[in-house]
Design a protein around this ligand. Structure first.
Ligand code: ADP
Ligand code: MG
Length: 469
């Protein structure tokens, strides 16, 4: 760092010389001038830390010079040198903004002491100013960064109000910083996930928010930063992909369906031929005809189920997404199958998480999912057992278990394949439908099974799922 610089302003050349010699004992550089005008001139061209000013100058008062010097550099300190020690001159000096004053004749140590203290004061002020500028610069840089990033950045204070609203948000939403700062931001980001972002003048964008909590030294200043990416197009693409995938699946299934329909049709046809022959022979008594009619009825029912379930699979109905209480759906399904369960000697258990993140889903479709899983479980426990339904929060997801104590199946069993069934009257479409509906919700399903314990787990994304079908 440069040496501190001291300006001596005195028209008495001998005294000025004397002062300069004393001050030079400190590690400073010294300038000497004789008039106020010269002092201002010098201070304008060189940064001065301290001026030692004779109170009486040929071209004015030393006190008046203080404001002139301060105008050039607000941090400069001035020590006045006066010939008389009256109270008035002391008051005038301090009023004028001098750091202190020294009365002639003075002792070198006293002068040095004042000069040191004054220079110390200037150093503190300059350092404080430097830090202030640096802080301002770093804040400016931070603000520039927040505004320059091509993502949405918002911050919420401890009360959930918006405290940062970056340029990208302003541009895309049309809502200015001034309008948004101080408004509640809870509905905007809701703890992360995908949510609609309203556009001024109508419409919305879909934004995936990630949250980061920044802990400040003062707990009151903790902030939650939300960084968001526009996923409107991505979600639209996903929707189209799902539709394409679905159409392909429908094609495969239609081929399978034709095959599946042939079995009951053949069987019914055969039974009808038997019946016709008996009628032609005249021995179609009620007793012999009855079992044959029964078989035909069963086959027709099977056909009906196949067609109904196939339609449930292919029906291109949009999801009716709405905030859904998953426990309510589970309870309703358990209630619905209670008579069947009781008849089969199956006890019901449920473990519902007390707090789950908000979830958008189509409750009617979810009911179908749970009903198919619960039915399979009941069918897997012909000799009784326990059916357990659980809900819980997982990172970014809500999970639902449907667990039974039934027969189970081996690892490689293709239970999700369309038309795969091990039941005499099964359609093999139940789990295909489950899989489809869960995928439409952008969720996943997994299963663990062994004899005595089978557990299907559905994971649905928390927040607002977007695919509409
Ligand atoms: P369906 O019930 O008509 O057979 P699903 O698609 O619902 O068709 O199920 C396919 C097959 O998966 C069932 O036939 C059964 O073999 C097996 N499965 C499904 N759920 C369970 C379960 N909870 N326990 C044991 N096996 C199961
Ligand atoms: Mg089934």
């Amino acid at each position: 760092m440069d040496k501190p610089r001291v300006l001596i302003v005195d028209d008495d050349a001998a005294l000025a010389e004397n002062l300069a010699e004393i001050v030079a004992m400190l590690d400073v550089s010294v300038d000497v001038v004789a008039t106020a005008a010269a002092a201002l001139d010098r201070a304008a061209s060189h940064l001065m830390d301290l001026a030692l000013v004779d109170i009486r100058l040929p071209d004015g008062s030393g006190i008046d010079l203080i404001s002139g010097l301060r105008a050039l550099d607000p941090m400069i300190e001035v020590v006045l040198i006066t010939g008389d020690a009256t109270v008035e001159s002391a008051i005038a000096a301090v009023r004028g903004g001098a750091f202190s004053y020294v009365v002639k004749p003075f002792l070198a140590p006293d002068l040095l002491d004042v000069v040191k203290r004054a220079l110390g004061q200037v150093a503190v002020l300059r350092e404080r100013e430097r830090l202030r500028v640096e802080l301002e610069r770093s804040e400016h840089r931070y603000r520039e960064l927040v505004d320059a990033v091509p993502t949405f950045v918002a911050a919420l204070d401890t009360t959930g109000r918006i405290s940062v609203w970056n340029e990208r948000l302003e541009k895309v939403t049309g809502y200015s910083r001034g309008e948004m700062i101080g408004c509640s931001g809870q509905d905007l980001v809701r703890g992360g996930g995908i949510h609609p972002l309203a556009i001024k003048g109508g419409g919305e964008r879909l934004v995936r928010w990630e949250m980061a909590t920044v802990r400040a030294r003062d707990a009151d200043e903790n902030a939650v930063y939300a960084v968001g990416i526009d996923v409107t197009e991505e979600q639209e693409l996903l929707r189209r992909m799902l539709r394409a995938e679905r159409l392909a699946a429908i094609g495969t299934m239609a081929a399978g369906l034709a095959h599946e329909i042939r079995n009951p049709l053949n069987s019914a046809m055969l039974q009808l031929q038997v019946l016709r022959r008996r009628i032609e022979r005249g021995d179609a008594s009620a007793d012999t005809a009855k079992p044959i009619v029964g078989i035909i009825e069963d086959e027709i029912q099977r056909l009906e189920r196949l067609v109904a379930e196939f339609l449930a699979f292919v029906r291109p109905r949009p999801l009716d997404l709405r905030p859904t209480d998953i426990a309510d759906v589970c309870k309703a399904v358990l209630e619905f199958v209670r008579p069947e369960a009781e008849a089969a000697g199956v006890g019901q258990c449920h473990e519902f998480a007390s707090e789950l993140p908000p979830l958008s889903a189509d409750p009617e479709r979810l009911r179908q999912v749970l009903l198919n899983l619960v039915r399979n479980s009941l069918e897997a426990m012909p000799g009784g057992g326990t059916l357990t339904v659980r809900t819980r929060a997982a990172p970014g997801h809500v999970e639902i278990d449907v667990e039974d104590t039934g027969v189970g199946f081996a690892d490689e069993t293709p239970v999700f394949d369309a038309f795969f069934t091990t039941k005499p009257t099964g359609t093999g479409l139940g789990l295909s439908i489950v899989h489809r509906i869960v995928a439409d919700h952008q969720g996943t399903i997994r299963v663990q099974s062994r004899t005595g314990r089978t557990c299907f787990t559905i994971a649905l994304p928390a927040g607002l799922a977007m695919t509409t079908w």
